[in-house]
Design a protein around this ligand. Sequence first.
Ligand code: BG6
Length: 517
Amino acid sequence: MGSRTVDLEEGSKSASSPDQRLKSTSESSCLSIVVLGASGDLAKKKTFPALFNLYHQGFLQPKDVYIFGYARTQLSDDGLRDRIRGYLKTGKADSEKEPSEVVSDFLSLVAYVSGSYDSEEGFINLDKKITEHEHSKSGSEGPSRRLFYLALPPSVYPIVCKMIRNYCMNQRGWTRVIVEKPFGKDLDSSEALSNQLGKLFTEEQIYRIDHYLGKELVQNLLVVRFANRLFLPLWNRDNIDNVQIVFREDFGVDGRGGYFDEYGIIRDIIQNHLLQVLCLISMEKPVSLTPEHIRDEKVKVLQSVLPIRPEDVVIGQYEGYTEDPTVSKDSNTPTFATVVLRIHNERWEGVPFILKAGKALNSRKAEIRVQFKDVPGDIFRCNKHGRNEFVIRLQPSEAMYMKLTVKQPGLEMSTTQSELDLSYRQRYQGIVIPEAYERLILDTIRGDQQHFVRRDELKAAWEIFTPLLNDIDNGEIKSCTYKRGSRGPEEADKLLARVGYEQTHGYVWIPPSLQVD
Ligand code: BG6
């Protein structure tokens, strides 16, 4: 069976103005979305619900779109529909229809094709189904769009991409492929994967998802930094003492031990999600908002990160982790890590960037904490209350707040710590914040790669972490133990203090939604 000739030319250079973007989404050519790995967990919990939300909000038009699930399991169309129905929740946009009717309408646009990931027959059959759909929508000549979402383990990316490239490329419009981490385990394996995919698709056709880039407050970082005069002169080593980017989860690896034990918290969270946030916090102003200009700046700042020093790392493992039957008994895999990165450039020389992530801790949240230096020549003894901090709460309770020292209201001239608070739930009542996956799938349809990881970015990220990961994998750096439900290992707090972070005692930010009058 011969493979088809395809034009690798992508065509869509990401649209930048809102008008253009709107136009490119509403362009009415037939759209086929193929979810590979359709019977798996990611597809069920994230991909189909995101597609459903897009449909429900009118971004996927029934007259244009059809969704194909592909996987090895033998299932009928209804079998797939039944599997995903329970994960589709309405209530996001006003609708005159009953929720169950909206779900049924969406499911009528979903079909299932069964086949293995290395089967020519399976992909030829898939192509046939897509082509039939295209013919029915736009005749035999009209334009069409094909989006392949790989909700699959990366081990099958190369073969699946080869099959798509050989048998399912679009002859009359674009073909785009969404892939998600882990992209390899270290620099070499990641580069090998990039080379394999790079032979099959152009960079413009590959959309590497890091779902943190789809979060509302992460997307706000560039706006806040570069659209506010206030921050421009402050955002540097002269004023900022240290920056923390923190991810905490209050549950362990329950049910995912097999995957997690092989990767650990640095590969799972820090090398990708937190490092992407670091880029947006620390990069220079891009020439413009085009995806390439933004990603050029991200690469530059990643390349300025100095090699990680062993004394700037603490790794931990929660008690009971190795009792999980899917985890190896003598595992040294970290479920917690604090890693201090240092950026060697004019803006950030000497400022520690503390990346901290942990599972089975005492709370669930993700936030960025920019801590400013002490007030010089302080006449109010402000510093005794704690330093100014600008906190960006990514989740839950999205917010940005600035910790300030102010006069304690009353007759005395005393000071206290308070905050300027932009809490989203209070300020933007009635606005639903979209899920990260929704946004990123929509961006893919629009051809906007701004919030996706470029190949050189990925390489630079692995260059930073691979030596450290090798040391951990070789047992040269050992995990310390911490209790489930704790703050993590004490050693991590000591490291924070050593690099200059000053914890504010006696001050707690309470999201306005939890405040009582
Ligand atoms: C995933 C990790 O990428 O992100 C998980 O593999 C983690 O281990 C998850 O739980 C966290 O995502 P979120 O959006 O809930 O912060």
